[in-house]
Every structure is written in C-alpha cells, then in structure tokens.
Design a protein around this ligand. Structure first.
Ligand code: AGP
Length: 610
C-alpha cells in the first residue's frame, strides 16, 4: 500500500503535495518523493529520499524545489525493490519527460522490462513502477492521454497511477485498477489522492475513480474515461466523515481495519503465488535441487510470528514428512542448535527488524544453513541477510497487535508447504488438490466470518468481566490457541494462557472454576471428540466455555456456553479461519475495557533490541 498525491491548479504545488503526503504516511513510510513541472525551465524537478516524509521535507529545505503548479508526490511501502532513494517514487521515463507515481503491483513487469530494454530503454531502479513510466514514455509521441491509454492496456496486476509530462504543464492524468484512487474537485485546482485524508482540508467534493477508469485533470475541469477512451459521466460525491476516521477506513481502530483487510491480503497472495494448482515462489532463492535436498526445516520467529511458524510446522510435516523444528528466536540464538547444510531455516517476521530473529539467522548461517525469510517489510534487515525472501505483501500493519500479517505468514508457510510437496509427496495428490481448492475459498470464508462480527462482539462483551482466560486447541489449532491468548493479553492486559488441550489435565485444569473463561478452538477434525472431552471436563468444574466450531455443528452447543461458528474448510486450513474470531474476541473485549487497542502499553511494533 502506498500514498499518492497529485495537484494541478494555480497555486504552488509543493506545499499542497507535502501536506497531503503527511496525511497518507499510514499507508507506507519507507521512502518518499515529489516532482513538479518548473515554471521557469519547464523541466520536471524531483526530490526523493529513503525514510519518512520528514526526511523528504528536510531534503527540500536544503535543495529547494522550483515554483510549479503541476506535481506529484508519493510515500512508499516497498513491494519491488528495496526502500532506497533509487526505488523511491515518483519515477521518470528515460527521456525525463514523463513522471509517474504508482500504488499496486504489476505482475508482468519483468517481461515488459526485458522488452523495453531490448528497445534501448535504460532503467535506474528495481521497481515495477519504473516499467510503467518507461512504457508510457515509449508510446509518447506528443499525446499524453493516448500514451497512457496504450501503456496501461499492457499492464497486468493492480495499479493506481498519477502521470505528468513536461510538455503538458497544467495536465495531470490518473488511472486505476485494483488500487484506490480518488479525484478531488477544488476551485481553480484539482487533485488526485490514494485516500480522502490527503485532500480533506482542500475539498470535500470527490470522484471515486472506478476500476478500469482514467481521468484527465486540468485546473478548471476533470474528464473521466474508460481505459478504451470512452468518456463516462463521473459522480461527484461530498465527503462527510472526519480525517482520522478516514485514515482508518471508517473503522474506529487500525486493528479492526486490518482484521477486515485479511480477505484481500489472502486474495492478493493467492493471485500472485497460486497459478492454477501450481505454487510460484520465485524469490525463494534456492534451486530446485536444493529444495529437494532439504532434510530438516527449522522455523525461527518471535511472538505472533512464532505461532504462525508453529502452524506451518504441522502443515509442512503433514504434506512432506520433512521434520520441522521450531524455536523462539531468542532461544535458538543461544542454545547451539543442531543445524546442518541440508537444514532450511525459515525466519518469520512482519517487520524484518526483530533483534532475536536477526541474531538467530546469523547463528544459523554461521553453521552453514540456508535461510529463507517470510517477511512483510521489503528491504528490511532480515530480508537483506536471507538467501531467499517470500514477501507477504500484507501492506503496512499499523496496529501493534499483529493480525493481517499473522494470517499472511500462515498462508505463506502453507504455500511453501505446497511448493515443497512438489518434491516430497506425503499425501495423496487428490487430498492436496482439495487443500488447494479450499485455499482459494479462504477469502470468501473470511468475509462470511466478518459478516457475523456483531455476534462475536456480543459474546466477547458478555465475557469481558473474566479475570483470566485459558485458550485450548489441538494439533494444527494448538498454535491458534496460543495466538488467541497472545492477542487477548497484549491488548486487554487480561492474563491469558494458550495450551495444547491435551495438556489441560497436567496442570491448567486447576485454574478452572466459574470465574474463568475457556476458549476452545474445536473445528471439525479427527481430534474433535478429544476437544469435546476437554469441554466436558471443564463444564464439570463450572468453567465457562466459548467454543469456536464449524458451521452446522449442533453437538457442540450442548458443551459450551457460547459457540462462534466458522465455515467448513480442510482441517489443515482451519488456522486461517479460526484466527478471525480469536482476533475479534480479543479486540471487542479490549474495546469494552477501554484499552488502547492500536498502541497497547509497554509494547512496540518491532522489538529491535534484545
Ligand atoms: C504481535 O501481536 C506482537 N506485537 C509481537 O508478538 C510480534 O509478533 C513479535 O514481536 C514479532 O515481530 P516480527 O513479526 O516483526 O518479527
């Protein structure tokens, strides 16, 4: 997710573009840039830098931008190419006539780039965005609208674009498919922006550009067209909500917004990584022969990422029979682990800056192991020190309590398991085909669960008075129970423990009485009856049970005080579904208790120290 602002009008563009960019920093903040068409020279002058928008402002203070009334600016959440100055937007074509800012992922950028290189175009960045700029420049013969039209017809993937050209001061072109872009209607000036907060202080009149639409903005008019150039009557709407609410997409907190982004995150991952029933993990950094030779996998991670890794262990072992060990990175780094040349280290980290995880992979590499990281932050330290990187592309996760990054980590581990299955087939092909079919239904199943969030909120509020929670799960949902406990404790501060349900009688059962709540993660599976036995033992001791079960399961109602249903799926995929009720239970209890859900006390989004 990135932030784009464009301006065309009679005022100086720079202050408007910078002010708008600041309001979009939540969409991405690893590098930023700005470009304006200079009134004097007529050239496009660009300033860009790695880091936050304050770094861009400092740069502009030192290296002033010329006056100009047409411009673009961009704050980046890197997807292709490390977050550095060269990869920061906006990007030129090699004639320096065309400048663009982009939000999205172009899936066919490599083939387009090779083609453009063969035609003599020189590239200066690793981004997919520069390919778009070069493509427009390639087609540009004086008619900017036509060049943009021809270029975008060759793009596959998602893009929201802003385009200016030095030959056309006073003109700004916009286009979108798959990524949001709005047009702001001002007085003698008009704007484009990735989201409403950026321009709410300038206007409340907006056009929400639709997928497959492009627009030509001048200071006194805006025309909207289809990608084929057919003019459309665009509806101008009036925005009523406040800036802060809009940054959160109308949600009260980033956490609940990010919980709702999970269907799209999985949708995007499957679109990028699952071609039919073939898993494509090109950046894994290991040759097929190396993948085939793996005889031991070691997952290292911390916190929520550790729980994702634990679910990945169950999945990968089931599909491949490759032994998967897992350590909290803080343990791995100091216990002189047994690691060999055929050990694959999988480091899981949202931020890619977690000190213990970084130390763990350095220890593993010292012992000769290969490292593949599953990470959300492009160009982070972890990714630079790994042999291969599988980016989750979940977009910036602002809420300190991880939700969409967790789901993306599990999904990526499952995709890795399916890729390794190509070498070590330990399940019948038809079962794996069923897993893939069910995997593709997960985004829709997520939406079904989210549609029932009010019921989950009711259950959560009814149980928010308990002073202690126990979360129980078995097999591949033991990690789900651990994550449910972590989510609750880190945002509501209620003591909560996650346990394998089979361990209950070995101690935790002493906790059970009418003052404790027990969350039992018990979707249909071959160990479902065992969960029912646990629930009978809990009820016998007056424990209050919230069960998470599979739709249609009427039996479980007899054993629980509350039942939250998830749609059916393959047992191995259930962690991807049960995570949502667990996240929502934690969220609604914390809200009920008046906790600071997005920035809980004592926590940091990335633990960059030991
Ligand atoms: C997640 O809810 C927690 N805030 C925390 O456990 C986090 O998962 C852990 O610190 C690891 O962070 P990372 O994924 O960035 O490495």
């Amino acid at each position: 997710m990135c932030g784009i602002i464009g301006y065309v009008g009679k005022r100086s563009a720079t202050p408007i573009l910078i002010d708008g960019l600041r309001k979009l920093e939540y969409r991405g903040y690893d590098s930023s840039g700005i470009g304006v068409i200079a009134n004097t020279s007529g050239n496009i002058v660009v300033r860009k830098t790695k880091g936050k928008i304050k770094d861009l402002v400092n740069l502009i203070d030192k290296q002033k931008l010329p006056q100009g009334q047409t411009g673009l600016s961009h704050t980046r959440w890197a997807t292709h190419g490390a977050p550095n100055r060269a990869n920061a937007h906006p990007h030129f074509d090699d004639s320096k006539k065309i400048l663009i800012a982009h939000n999205g992922i172009i899936e066919n950028y490599e083939s387009l780039k090779e083609n453009l290189k063969r035609q003599g175009h020189k590239f200066v960045s690793d981004t997919d965005t520069e390919v778009i700029a070069q493509l427009i420049g390639h087609f540009y013969k004086g008619d900017l609208f036509d060049a943009v039209k021809r270029a975008i017809r060759q793009l596959r993937g998602a893009f929201a674009l802003g385009v200016i050209c030095k030959d056309h001061p006073g003109t700004l072109i916009a286009a979108r498919i798959g990524s949001p872009l709005i047009i702001g209607i001002g007085k003698d000036e008009n704007y484009i922006a990735s989201d409403v907060p950026a321009i709410l202080n300038l206007t409340r009149k907006v056009i929400y550009l639709k997928d497959g639409e492009m627009a030509v903005l001048k200071d006194d008019k805006v025309d909207v067209f289809t990608f084929l150039g057919k003019k459309v009557a665009a509806k101008v709407r009036t925005v009523t909500f406040n800036v802060d609410a809009v940054k959160k997409g109308g949600f009260p907190h980033f956490m609940i917004k990010e919980i709702h982004e999970q269907p799209d995150v999985i949708e995007g991952m499957l679109k990028l990584r699952l071609k039919g029933s073939k898993v494509v993990l090109k950046e894994i950094g290991l040759k097929a022969s190396e993948l085939k030779g793996i005889n031991h996998i070691f997952v290292v991670a911390c916190g929520t990422a550790y729980h994702a890794g634990l679910a990945g262990k169950y999945f990968i072992e089931k599909l491949t029979r490759i032994p998967v060990s897992i350590d909290a990175a803080s343990e791995f780094r100091y216990r002189d682990p047994v690691v060999g040349k055929k050990t694959l280290i999988i480091a899981v980290s949202q931020s890619g800056e977690t000190a213990d995880t970084l130390a763990a992979i350095r220890e593993a590499k010292r012992k000769g192991a290969k490292v593949v990281s599953i990470c959300n932050a492009v160009g982070s330290s972890l990714t630079r020190e790994s042999d291969g990187v599988l980016y989750t592309h979940a977009g910036p996760e602002i809420g300190v309590a991880s939700t969409k990054a967790y789901i993306a980590q599990i999904a990526m581990l499952f995709l890795l398991g399916l890729r390794l299955y190509d070498f070590k087939k330990a399940l019948p092909k038809k079962e794996v085909s069923r897993i893939i079919r069910e995997f593709k239904k997960i985004p829709g199943r997520h939406k079904e669960i989210l549609a029932g969030k009010d019921k989950i909120a009711k259950v959560a509020k009814k149980n928010s008075h308990f002073g202690c929670f126990l979360f129980l799960g078995r097999n591949i949902n033991y990690p789900s129970a651990m994550e449910g406990a972590l989510k609750l404790k880190e945002i509501s501060y209620i003591p909560a423990e996650g346990y394998p349900a089979g361990e209950m009688k070995h101690g935790p059962i002493a906790l059970i009485d009418e003052y404790r709540a027990v969350v039992c993660v018990s979707p249909q599976s071959d160990i479902y009856e065992k969960m029912i036995s646990n629930m009978q033992e809990i009820r016998a001791r007056k424990g209050k049970i919230i069960a998470i079960a599979t739709q249609g399961d009427a039996v479980i109602k007899k054993h629980a005080n509350h039942v939250i249903y998830v749609p059916p799926t393959h047992n191995l995929l259930t962690p991807l579904l049960v995570a949502l009720p667990l996240q929502l239970i934690a969220y609604y209890i914390a809200v009920q208790l008046g906790c600071d859900v997005d920035q809980p006390r004592n926590l940091a989004k990335s633990v960059t120290v030991e």
